[in-house]
Write a new protein. Structure first.
Lengths: 408, 430
């Protein structure tokens, strides 16, 4: 599939973009000035395995590189070829981001089950314990509620812990601490204590892992006031979001996906931090807006191949920020295409898609030419049998059918 | 501790006449961190250690016995100096008068919701917290007014918080069950029982981290976690006992066993009601103390806090105490036997301390009366201040939801929602 280049409007200087200095309340009022993000977009149609070339799509605000974009419109190759970049897998990208932040700030520490000597059940923390010591990369006993609370107490006293749930589902045991303390203590203390924790872990439906190991906790956590939720989907945004989450003074829950850890991608050598609240434009288009996140992004991109062959031009956005929603990117897209399809892995009832549908209806109802379609997983405990499990989550043919129906 | 004229008995080690010092290592207390972060007990040692730690029931009151013994030996030795005595007395009176005023204000419609009063348990708060430094932390439960006061939060700030005014210690956003103070290191105030214990464990972890990772060599901050008998059956309690002992965190777990969890008697809820025994099961000393006697509490607190400060790890202290009022101001308190209440009323910790101070000639009746009068004025002033303070305005509604308000996200117009000046009123669509 040929690459498609698109240049966006006038550049604005990006140094004030708040991507990596969340302390400064210096917002890019630049956004309101130009109305568009200056970006150079390199689009690849994606299958489940990503090519090694950069698929970094996103606002220029994402990067430290300060070259103005205007020069890039005709020569996008130059922007990505400034440095060779390096290839790695998603879990390595997470580790790289984590290690860079630990190097940068001695208060950053990790705690969780098997994060130290074992290196993490998905090897995200491999090699960190020998380097930083057992106290900084803490192997905890199996007590999610208590070690999450411990991380919160440590955060109140000045540390910046990253709490790993070996599987996101295990964090159900920590719901007390996440809801009551993580989300609320900044408020109930009248702003006296901040809770700069990152709670991360793999979730989502894997390969026949069984019902309890295949949960999507983003739907359960989304109502908790005071927390932010982000979901990574590529090595590039995994590293960037990890760094942003660590630097944020808010409690952030970073959702990883069990099946995405081995994605390979070439990412920049230079340091970059992404914006926690922004969505990512994966594939610009004209006919329909497809909103997705995490693993479903790849099902959507697979369906997009088929759709393009059939003559459709879908616009695919990886919303990345599950709470709060980036209504700007989403809104701009809807204003252009007038049709929305949400593809998510949460269950039908009360999932992220349900909230997103409500938010879009509230804000962009006038721009819609058709009702919002939301494809979610079935409301069922994920079955073990491979065939049943396949029917639980949304598959590319269903996405194709949905777009065809929407665009009738 | 000030050392004025009177001699002071050195803090007791938790030692019984025929048993060795309770420790899970050899007798020398070393403060350097071992490279292995975990339990250093081997199977062989466990047997001898538990034999050493097994105390016969009679030893439960050994602390008081030994103290009395030492007192008899030399009458000139007091358990604390005059200054300390007056400080503790004032703190206990403040706790009592404040809580009584809370009850009054509640019934006058100045405060609402769940208010849990501490009457009768003052010895625990004053006995422990008056030994702390400002940098030490206190974590409490919903029965937290007096813990906050003892730690140094001004009465005005606490009373305003209870009235829901913006001058309260938490800007009126927390209320009775969420007393916080960053300045005085009061880490809350928690409504659900047990959820403060992990937070306390985290604060203790930070203290150890600061010393060992951040190399702040003199960081010896201690954390006290207060909670009740009901909480001692909760999973978070046990999980934190394990972690604190495992990593030798500088924390003291203080159980305020007042025998009742709302209407549930401790004996009906607990398979083994002797909570102090749960300490040795996790590898830390467990001590039982008479929580109606502030001097005994203070002795035990001294040792437990000292242990934590020296890096020897956590201690579990069970204080047998009693609340004179119901669980909360909404509790009719019909289940408790009046005879039991009368028995404990006779052991009122304030009366006991007053008696001790006067009999040992540490203070005169007049001095104590002066303190009582002063406290009355402080509390009256607090009420007046709270009455006159403003209620929160609408713009305060969403101010403290996020430390970084960018967390509210980007609105449809492309700007961060928090850039809208009216945003915190909750009028913008979130």
């Amino acid at each position: 599939m040929a690459s498609i280049f698109q240049g966006f409007g006038a550049a604005t200087s990006l140094s004030s973009s708040a991507s990596f200095d969340t302390k400064k309340l210096q917002f890019s009022s630049l956004r309101s000035l130009s109305g568009k993000r200056a970006s150079c977009v390199v689009v690849r149609s994606g299958g489940v395995k990503m090519d090694s070339d950069s698929n970094r799509i996103g606002g220029r605000g994402d990067q430290l590189v300060t070259n103005a974009v205007a020069t890039k419109v005709d020569n996008p190759a130059a922007s990505t070829a400034s440095k060779p970049g390096h290839e790695l897998l998603l879990f390595e990208a997470l580790r790289e981001g984590l290690e860079e932040e630990m190097e940068r700030d001695a208060r950053v520490c990790v705690m969780g089950e098997d994060v130290g000597h074992y290196g993490g059940s998905y090897k995200v923390t491999k090699g960190l314990a020998p380097k930083y010591g057992d106290l900084r990369v803490l192997d905890t006993p199996i007590a999610e509620n208590s070690f999450t609370g411990m991380g919160i107490g440590a955060a109140m006293m000045g540390l910046r812990p990253i709490i790993e749930g070996m599987n996101m589902g295990f964090l159900l045991l920590a719901f007390n601490q996440i809801s009551n303390n993580c989300g609320m203590l900044h408020y109930t203390s009248g702003g006296q204590f901040k809770i700069p924790v990152v709670i991360r872990g793999p979730g989502g439906v894997g390969r026949q892992l069984g019902a309890e190991h295949s949960q999507r906790l983003e739907s359960y956590f989304q109502s908790i006031p005071g927390i932010q939720m982000v979901a990574c989907s590529t090595p590039y945004n995994a590293k960037g979001l990890m760094k942003a989450a660590i630097r944020s003074d808010n409690p952030v829950i970073l959702f990883e996906h069990v099946l995405l850890y081995n994605l390979k991608e070439r990412i920049p050598d230079e340091e970059y931090v992404l914006n926690l609240e922004e969505a990512e434009m994966v594939r610009p288009g004209e006919h329909v807006t497809i909103l997705t996140y995490s693993r479903m992004r790849y099902h959507v991109m697979q369906a997009a191949k088929t759709l393009v062959n059939k003559g459709y031009d879908p616009e695919v956005i990886d919303i990345r920020s599950l709470k709060p929603f980036d209504l700007y990117t989403i809104g701009n897209s809807i204003k252009k295409t007038h049709r929305v399809l949400i593809v998510e892995e949460c269950m039908r009832t009360g999932g992220i898609g349900a909230s997103l549908t409500a938010a879009i209806t509230e804000n962009f109802h006038d721009y819609l030419d058709a009702p919002i379609m939301c494809l979610s997983s079935q409301d069922v405990p994920t079955p073990y049998a491979g065939t049943l499990e396949e029917w639980t989550v949304v598959q590319p043919p269903q996405i194709v059918a949905a777009v065809e129906q929407l665009c009738r | 501790m000030s050392l004025s004229g009177a001699k002071i008995i050195q803090p007791l080690c938790i030692r019984y006449p025929d048993m060795p010092v309770i420790s899970d290592q050899a007798a020398n207390c070393n403060t350097t961190s071992t490279p292995f972060l975990g339990s250093t007990r081997t199977l062989r040692r466990i047997q001898s250690v538990s034999a050493a730690q097994r105390r016969p029931a009679s030893a439960i009151v050994a602390v008081a016995d030994v103290v009395k013994e030492k007192k008899l030996k030399s009458n000139k030795n007091h358990l604390l100096t005059k200054e300390e005595g007056l400080e503790v007395y004032e703190d206990m009176i403040l706790g009592r008068v404040f809580e009584d005023m809370c009850a009054q204000m509640y019934y006058r419609g100045k405060m609402f919701g769940f208010v849990h009063l501490y009457n009768g348990q003052e010895a625990v708060s004053s006995g422990f917290i008056k030994l702390l430094k400002k940098e030490d932390s206190v974590v409490s439960t919903y029965r937290d007014h007096v813990h906050a006061l003892s730690k140094g939060v001004p009465a005005r700030a606490v009373m305003s918080e209870l009235f829901g005014k913006t001058t309260g210690c938490c800007r009126g956003q927390g209320g009775s069950m969420h007393m916080f103070s960053a300045e005085h290191n009061v880490l809350g105030g928690f409504a659900f029982i047990g959820e403060g214990i992990p937070v306390a464990t985290g604060a203790a972890f930070t203290s150890k981290y600061k010393r060992e990772v951040l190399k702040e060599a003199d960081c010896d901050h201690v954390t006290l976690a207060f909670f009740g008998d009901g909480t001692a059956n909760n999973g978070q309690f046990f999980e934190c006992l394990n972690m604190a002992a495992l990593w030798k965190l500088p924390i003291v777990f203080v159980v305020e066993n007042n025998l009742w969890a709302i209407g549930m008697s401790h004996l009906r809820a607990t398979s083994d009601p002797e909570i102090w025994k749960k300490g040795p099961a996790f590898g830390m000393p467990g001590v039982h103390v008479d929580g109606m006697d502030v001097l005994k509490v203070r002795e035990v607190a001294q040792e437990a806090i000292g242990r934590a400060r020296r890096g020897e790890g956590p201690t579990l202290v069970e204080c047998e105490t009693y609340r004179f009022r119901g669980h909360s101001l909404a509790d009719p308190d019909e289940l408790r036997d009046p005879a039991e209440k009368a028995r404990y009323a006779a052991r009122d910790p304030i009366t006991a301390l007053k008696k001790y101070l006067i009999e040992s000639k540490l203070a005169s009746e007049a001095e104590l009366k002066a303190i009582e009068k002063k406290i009355d004025e402080v509390v009256e002033d607090a009420v007046e201040f709270a009455n006159e303070s403003p209620v929160p305005s609408r713009s305060q509604l969403l101010e403290n939801v996020f430390a970084d308000p960018k967390g509210f996200g980007i609105g449809p117009d492309g700007r961060y929602r928090c850039e809208d000046p009216k945003f915190t009123q909750g009028t913008a669509q979130v």
